[in-house]
Design a protein around this ligand. Structure first.
Ligand SMILES: [Zn+2]
Length: 304
């Protein structure tokens, strides 16, 4: 796979990364991600069943696309789906350094197929809402919400971008799964920049409707994110800006868990402190357990 062009900053090894580019005479912004390892990590942590792995993998990858515009050190983007399918919903959080973490509300659900080999993610997700919160530290957070279009995730992100951020976009996401686990994961996103003309729009529409292969197929063939954008856009003057690593990373800590405990209020905390066994808290994102002894809990009450 290293036979393909690598943008400045793209890793030489098989690490996950995101690459950004502009193309078609500066009329589009394009991004592509290889997220195989981070989806494997999500599967390892959450022990998701195949259709849940595909849904969560697409969701984590799509969230990284949305978070690519974050600039500030402490900025974060949270994407939430709450839906009526067996999965019930998913949460993903990405920061401005390419780290993402997430979980499904119901990680083990029955796997159904559109056709042999094609997981029916939409049926597992069902109908509901996608909410995106961009948190810029002290400034007011930006909140956008849309109804899910199909629950297939890529279409839902596309609709969100068009209606909530007024950015016409093409989003393609894919997770390859076999009996051993995740074989590949990734996606690409192409966005029209202000001033894009009808010609550019119809060119891109034709690329989409012209039977461009699934991103999982391209990744399985060993293509890297640069090559996928190159093929999709078909523009020899494509300008790659940079490549950056992305990863599954949780930022939980004992201090953070203490703050969560203190946030429940003195009355509830006092009730919890009556248990001589103390309490165990588990992080949703990485399953790390934190034990607080009865003494620890009592100490938090006086600290408050
Ligand atoms: Zn954690």
């Amino acid at each position: 796979m290293n036979d393909f062009y690598l943008a400045p900053g793209s890793p030489m090894d098989d690490s996950d990364y995101i690459v950004t580019a502009t193309a078609l005479s500066g009329k589009v912004r394009a991004l592509a991600i290889r997220s195989t390892k981070l989806v494997q990590e999500a599967l390892r942590i959450h022990k998701t069943s195949p259709v849940a792995t595909a849904a969560l993998g697409r969701f984590l990858t799509g969230t990284l696309f949305l978070a690519d515009t974050l600039k500030g050190e402490g900025d974060s983007l949270t994407a939430n789906i709450r839906s009526d399918g067996p999965l019930q919903g998913m949460t993903a959080v990405a920061d401005s350094h390419g780290n993402v973490r997430g979980y499904c509300l119901e990680p083990v659900v029955e796997t159904t197929y559109h056709r042999p080999g094609k997981l029916n993610v939409g049926a597992a997700v069902g109908s509901g809402k996608l909410t995106v919160v961009k948190d810029f530290g002290l400034k007011e957070p930006y909140v956008g919400q849309v109804e899910l279009v199909s629950g297939e995730i890529a279409e839902d992100f596309t609709y969100y971008l068009a209606s909530s951020e007024q950015t016409p976009s093409i989003v393609s996401l894919g997770v390859g799964i076999d009996s051993e686990g995740v074989t590949c994961a990734g996606g690409f996103m192409v966005q029209l920049l202000p001033g894009a003309d009808e010609e550019t729009i119809s060119y891109l529409e034709n690329r989409v409707s012209g039977g461009f292969p699934d991103v999982t197929f391209l990744l399985t063939e060993g293509m890297n994110p640069e090559k996928i954008l190159d093929m999709f856009l078909g523009d020899k003057d494509i300008c790659f800006l940079d490549g950056r690593k992305v990863a599954y990373k949780c930022n939980c800590s004992r201090e953070r868990m203490e703050r969560n405990l203190m946030a429940i209020g003195k009355k509830d905390l006092t009730e919890l402190s009556e248990d001589p066994k103390g309490i165990d808290l588990e992080c949703h994102f990485c399953d790390q357990r934190y034990h607080f002894s009865q003494e620890d809990v009592k100490a938090l009450i006086t600290e408050e």
